[in-house]
Design a protein around this ligand. Structure first.
Ligand code: GDP
Ligand code: IMO
Ligand code: MG
Length: 430
């Protein structure tokens, strides 16, 4: 399989984990390149559900190398718990399966506390973050005062860095947020030094590792977290995450050049969801929205929050296909649409009476945007056990063809259930 980037095209939770697990038998390595444990990627294999937050979704295939590269922010406690959980279930038997970049930034308890307290302070204008400390950790990276994996695994360096940064964090927490440091400097050092020693064997120069893999023509899958709508620069700012979720994030987040990527696979749900606050033009606060939420079991994989649900936003999807350069689409959760007739799909945005040719920038405009819908015939048949595209009801096939024509790229994977096996390949495979 060519080196492929898998990117969520909506507001996260498109089913990227399932798609990656599905493609892993054909690749040598899966790489997480941005985000942190704000991500929750679900894999369901023979009824057994597993949610991965930091370890790449290829980990259940023992021959697959899993790489956490420099663009990821790593909460070592969460990572160690994930490793131990996998080991206890009979996976991850060989420690050399996981490599972590020495340049990845480490997420500390003060990042989590700052994230949560800021959200509390924002009250009605909170972003609705996952509360995992992601924003504050990326802030330190950009402010050039972050602590990296290479520091975490070296006791002396860790002590020195903590001595420099902790007083500043204590001051900020006490003076600005009116709270205390969650742990003393000494306790942070003791705990994180232990984590560092545990993770040391996995820490290396992942840029070099990727260079070697790519030059040996071994195939690599780049696993996006979140989705285009949550991109720091290109999403619905400020209701976004703190990293670049578009395919461009692969290059800064791993250090490989654009020449290292051959294909881009976009992942989208057959409808739309969003968890946390922020604009959502096609949101449905009615019975149809409830139907999608219940039938699609739309609860956040990381925080358990109910996901907001709405119709597919094709205007956004086309934009996201363009932004990411997606060559193919994996369309997930098509089974959830069964029983809805007609089905609406947004084909444009109207703002102040005028049709837009691209999504707006300012949040005030985003909030005023009115979606313009096309109505399509729905179907009532259960499609969960369909194994061949020809078995789809006619209305479902027409829907797929229409989406394909509108977005201008082929649908190469159609997912009809959470199970690894519940998928159909389109006419043109990724
Ligand atoms: P990710 O963050 O993009 O990996 O997506 P999540 O794992 O957060 O959310 C997707 C949810 O949908 C998970 O619970 C999956 O098990 C489930 N899922 C994935 N594909 C399908 C599908 O085709 N149909 C149904 N009904 N559920 C699916
Ligand atoms: P996966 O990889 C859905 C959302 C949060 C919030 C905003 C900012 O599973 O698709 P953050 O904690 O990142 O500062 O929160 O981004 N968010 C996600 N929504 N799926 C995700 O990841 C998300 N990661 C962050 O809900 O609105
Ligand atoms: Mg998720």
């Amino acid at each position: 399989m060519p080196n492929t980037v898998v990117i969520g095209l909506q507001w996260g939770d498109e089913g990227k984990g399932k798609v990656i697990d599905l493609l892993t038998p054909d690749v040598d390595a899966v790489v997480r390149f941005q985000g942190g444990n704000n991500a929750g990627h679900t894999l369901v294999i023979e009824g057994q559900k597993r949610v991965l937050h930091l370890i790449p979704s290829g980990v259940l295939h023992e021959k697959c190398l899993c790489i956490i590269s420099n663009g990821v922010v790593v909460d070592p406690k969460v990572l160690i718990d994930e490793i131990e959980g996998l080991k206890n279930s009979g996976f991850f038997k060989d420690p050399s399966q996981l490599s972590i970049s020495e340049d990845a930034h480490v997420l500390f308890p003060y990042h989590v506390r700052i994230d949560q307290l800021r959200e509390e302070k924002r009250g009605g204008s909170a972003i609705g973050t996952t509360g995992r400390g992601i924003g504050p950790c990326y802030e330190d990276k950009v402010a050039r005062c972050g602590i990296r994996m290479s520091d975490l695994v070296d006791s002396l360096a860790l002590k020195k860095r903590l001595t420099e940064i902790v007083p500043e964090k204590r001051n900020y927490l006490e003076k600005v947020l009116g709270s205390k440091l969650p742990l003393s400097e000494e306790a942070i050092y003791e705990q994180y030094n232990t984590y560092g020693q545990y993770l040391k064997r996995h820490v290396c120069n992942t840029n070099h590792l990727l260079q070697e893999l790519i030059s040996q023509k071994r195939s690599v899958l780049f696993e996006g977290a979140q989705g285009v709508g949550l991109d720091l620069d290109h999403g619905t700012y400020p209701y976004v995450t703190s990293s670049n979720t578009i395919s461009g994030g692969v290059f800064t987040g791993t250090g490989i050049s654009p020449k290292g990527v051959d294909k881009i696979l976009g992942v989208a749900k057959a409808y739309a969801t969003r968890v946390g606050r922020g604009p959502f033009p096609t949101e449905l606060n009615d019975k149809t929205g409830e139907y999608l939420q219940t039938k699609g079991a739309e609860f956040g994989s990381t925080t358990g929050r109910k996901r907001r649900c709405g119709w597919l936003d094709l205007f956004w999807l086309k934009h996201a296909v363009w932004m990411t350069g997606a060559d193919h689409l994996a369309l997930t959760k098509l089974d959830v649409l069964s029983g809805l007739d007609p089905i609406s799909v947004a084909i444009g945005y109207r703002l102040n009476g005028k049709m837009l040719d691209s999504p707006p920038s300012r949040i005030e405009d985003w909030e005023k945007v009115e979606p313009v819908y096309e109505s399509l015939k729905g179907w009532h048949e259960n499609i969960e056990s369909v194994t061949n595209i020809k078995q789809f009801p006619k209305a479902c096939l027409d829907y797929l063809k229409w989406v394909e024509k509108e977005i201008g790229i082929p649908i190469s994977i159609i997912s009809v259930g959470p199970e690894r096996s519940a998928h159909i390949y389109g006419d043109r495979r990724a």
